[in-house]
Design a protein around this ligand. Structure first.
Ligand SMILES: [Zn+2]
Length: 275
């Protein structure tokens, strides 16, 4: 089996891929929502249908290669249209295979033997916008615009479980340096807005990579990290990724742990700090 799963709350099941992405299945009494669709590999739809008999809706946190291309397997998929252009390039089979070869190493051939879902650059998404609510029957999901990592990044509040799923929009190694990312200054404004909107509504934060749960102080910490970068007080650890030179705001060990016990971290470009 390509994916594994385990329950996180009354309504939320974590689905993990061998390349380290965290997807979430939120089950109501009438409908289930799959948050993110991974890469179009490992027969995700069949796996999800083994977990729930409910009709499915798919909600994408954003259009990146490791989150969205698997949407091709599903009919009813919501994504913010600001990520449409990113999705069209990231759904390419070549992009997915390249990413997985890098992440799966020796296990690539074995784990992808069943093949890939064909790329679907013309996929018709339903619009996903800030404040939109999904009633799954006894559990509600609210979409929250969280631009920065990508222009159309969305977080999801699972209201009854008091869980905020931030995707890649805010985590312990937030990429803010790839094409389409915003400046640190603009991102800081977005984090402040989300914190205000979500104040008092969540107790737990789930993310999309590695350890699924991070401390619920993440947004406050991230605002602090942004302010340090804007003030020129970040630790500026060099980081190279796909030919792009970036800086990490705070030093970590190889498990992304920081010496001060904090969690939020930002990877940004020195020439893209202010607007
Ligand atoms: Zn991403």
């Amino acid at each position: 089996m390509y994916y594994t799963s385990r329950p996180m709350t009354d309504h939320i099941t974590l689905i993990q891929s061998p390349s380290g992405e965290d997807l979430y299945l939120v089950a109501g009494s009438r409908q289930s929502a799959l948050i993110d669709a991974n890469m179009g590999v490992g027969q995700l739809r069949a796996f999800v249908e083994s977990l729930t008999g409910n009709p499915l809706v798919v909600l994408l946190t954003h259009g990146h290669v490791d989150h969205a291309p698997g949407a091709a397997e599903f009919e009813e998929v919501y994504m913010n249209s600001a990520d449409g252009e990113l999705y069209r390039s990231h759904c390419a089979l070549e992009a997915r295979q390249g990413y997985l070869k890098q992440n799966l190493g020796d296990r690539y051939e074995e784990l992808t033997a069943e093949g890939f879902v064909p790329e679907d650059p013309d996929k018709q998404f339903r619009e996903l916008s800030d404040g939109q609510r999904f009633d799954l029957g006894g559990v509600h999901i609210q979409a929250v615009a969280f631009p920065g990592h990508t222009p159309g990044s969305m977080a999801f509040l699972v209201e009854e479980d008091r869980v905020l799923i931030t995707g890649d929009a805010c985590n312990n190694f937030t990429f803010l340096f790839t094409p389409g990312s915003s400046s640190v200054e603009a991102y800081c404004r977005a984090v402040i807005q989300v914190r205000e909107k979500m104040a008092g509504k969540y107790d737990r934060i789930f993310v999309s990579h590695r350890e699924p749960e991070l401390p619920n102080t993440l947004l406050d910490e991230m605002i602090q990290v942004c302010r340090e970068v804007l003030a020129g007080n970040s630790q500026e650890v060099p980081f190279a990724f796909m030919g792009i030179q970036a800086l990490v705001a705070k030093k970590t060990d190889e498990h992304l742990r920081q010496t001060d016990g904090k969690t939020a971290n930002l990877v940004y470009r020195a020439d893209h700090i202010t607007n």
